[in-house]
Design a protein around this ligand. Structure first.
Ligand SMILES: Cc1cc2nc3c(=O)[nH]c(=O)nc-3n(C[C@H](O)[C@H](O)[C@H](O)COP(=O)(O)O)c2cc1C
Length: 207
């Protein structure tokens, strides 16, 4: 049985291109694996807080010594990490906000990248991600074109997400772009059609 985790982060909900394309990928996966367990985490509707003093203090303190406030601050982090560890396929819908992912997704990342839980350090190996053997599909939506051309150096979505997911061991990452939705010569229709074609390509090699 496959466990699929769908993470949505667009505040535009069901109007959103990343939301719709990510949902459509999960629908296709569900057809392929009818007994799949699907967990949906909508970071726009239910945003994780920014990490604060209690969170950071809790990280530096053993579980037994944590104050009630520190324990409370880390509780959501544990839930989000458990969701990730339990999943086989992670689909993440990401709107581009000011050249990068939205702040809700960054807050989620700050909760799930955690020494001892999703990454370990050793003097011999250095950092080692714990999320090995999983597959991630990123659905990146943007008004402009960032996969190539003059705006490519401004793409802080794909390189950042690949780097941070790789840091916790998620290196099997495919990307679907719904890009150019605000570019006259492309427009939403072509961007969505291209994203659907790319999704089919990716799903064809999902085992
Ligand atoms: C706060 C905000 C910032 C944005 N910044 C960018 C940007 O830097 N580059 C870009 O091409 N589009 C930008 N856009 C446009 C969105 O990327 C575009 O509307 C995309 O469709 C959002 O994804 P969604 O449809 O999944 O919400 C921005 C939109 C918002 C609301």
């Amino acid at each position: 049985m496959k466990n699929i985790l769908l993470i949505q982060s667009s505040p535009r909900g069901s109007e959103s291109y990343s939301h719709k394309a990510a949902q459509s990928i999960v629908n296709d996966l569900e057809q392929r694996y009818p007994d799949a367990k699907i967990v949906v985490r909508d970071l726009a509707q239910n945003s994780p807080p920014h990490v604060g003093q209690a969170f950071v203090g809790g990280l530096a303190t053993g579980p037994e010594q944590r104050t009630p406030e520190q324990t409370k601050a880390l509780a959501l982090s544990d839930v989000l990490i458990d969701e990730l560890l339990a999943s086989d396929i992670i689909v993440i819908g990401v709107p581009m906000h000011n050249f990068g992912p939205p702040s809700t997704l960054k807050a989620w990342i700050d909760h799930v990248v955690r020494v001892g839980r999703t990454v370990t350090y050793s003097s011999q190996k250095g950092p080692e991600g714990k999320l090995k053997g999983k597959r991630a599909i990123l659905v990146l939506a943007s008004g402009g074109i960032y996969s190539d051309g003059p705006a490519k150096p401004f793409d802080f979505q794909e390189p950042y997400l690949r780097a941070i997911l790789g840091f916790i061991g998620l290196t099997d990452v495919d990307v679907v772009r719904v890009e150019g939705v605000a570019v006259g010569a492309i427009g939403a229709e072509k961007a969505v059609a291209s994203a659907m074609a790319r999704s089919r390509e990716i799903l064809a090699h999902v085992v």
